[in-house]
Design a protein around this ligand. Sequence first.
Ligand code: MEV
Length: 424
Amino acid sequence: MPSSRIPGFYNLSLAERLAQAAAAADQNPETLAPWTSGGLSPEAADHMIENVIGLHSLPVGLGLNFLINGREVLVPMAVEEPSVVAGASFMAKLARAGGGFSATTTDPLMIGQMQVINIANLHEAKFKIYEQKVELLALADSIDPVLKKFGGGARDLEVRTIEDSAIGGFLVIHLIYDVRDAMGANAVNTACERLAPQVERITGGKVHLRILSNLADRRITRVRCTVPVNELAFGDFSGETVRDGIIAAYAFAAVDPYRAATHNKGIMNGVDAVVLATGNDWRAIEAGAHAYAARSGQYTSLSTWGKDAEGNLVGTLEMPMAVGIIGGATKVHPAAKAAIQLMGIKTASELAEIIVSVGLAQNMAALRALATEGIQRGHMSLHARQVAVAAGAQGEMIEKVAAQMVAEKTVRIDRAEEILKEMK
Ligand code: MEV
């Protein structure tokens, strides 16, 4: 099996990294070529959205050391923030010492919503829908023969009454739809639109909105990792100190929405980077994640951290993950296709499990730094390199200018410019 451990990767040139990544993932180097050009041509972009005037690039870094359900995965991450790729890779290395990440995913069930207004008797209408459920599901099921062929289709209907609102009462119908390897928005929206006339005939009301819900709480991915406590030790910090610091940091996020928002942002640093690299809809993932984090009525942490009977650190992360590997940008963006290929992904569930594993690793990286030396130290040297580049440093001068600023604890562009002048 190819390995996601590539010691010294950081020190290689860009071309060497690409060659090593291709070799490590058992791929033809051509597969990774889209990343050297940004992947998308202006002509292709012109067919994707409206009023196209050009392209917008982001760095893609490789998340290393990931072992997920016993499978080695090199994870492409598209992100502008320093420390994210390094943090995830380092934590994946620690998690690997405890067997890596264990992940499970529910069936890919998405929810389509229909809002039915102008109803004389809400309860009567609700019961009538349930009486016709079999027929409605059969109709919804016949809409997408391709999805059906791959085992997807309509699964259930649920009806709620909203007794009072700004417009009085109305019905909400949820169509539960198995979208297999698609993100599902198109399939679900189409199904809701097609069911609407029938729903109107049954209820005597008017179907107003017909749209997918981004609170994809039937499509959940769960990831767990165990980090041996001795692996957590570094510098003057014992493994127990780091472990207990991470658990105390989690306790804060669990009870305080102000902290939970930042804690979850750290998770999304990892999640979004992979979602973006694979051409998926990161706004949908963000919306679903935060709505899920607030499902109890109080916004809270998406992850948990504690210890097992042996005193090892145990982390879990559970969140909706509505990503696809067919349709949309995932199929037309060459870099997104390269990402799917590099990871050797065959199903959307597999992709979801990788994304949530990266989210958990990222969360651990942030909590470990926050609970020990603080976030700025690690951030500073990476940030310093960006500032050095912005000040005009090139080649080996980037590291020299950055190192000088870190030593002085002053990372500012005017100082970088001065150092550059002094060193020339
Ligand atoms: C910064 O992008 C993310 C963190 O703020 C996450 C956290 O506080 O847990 C470091």
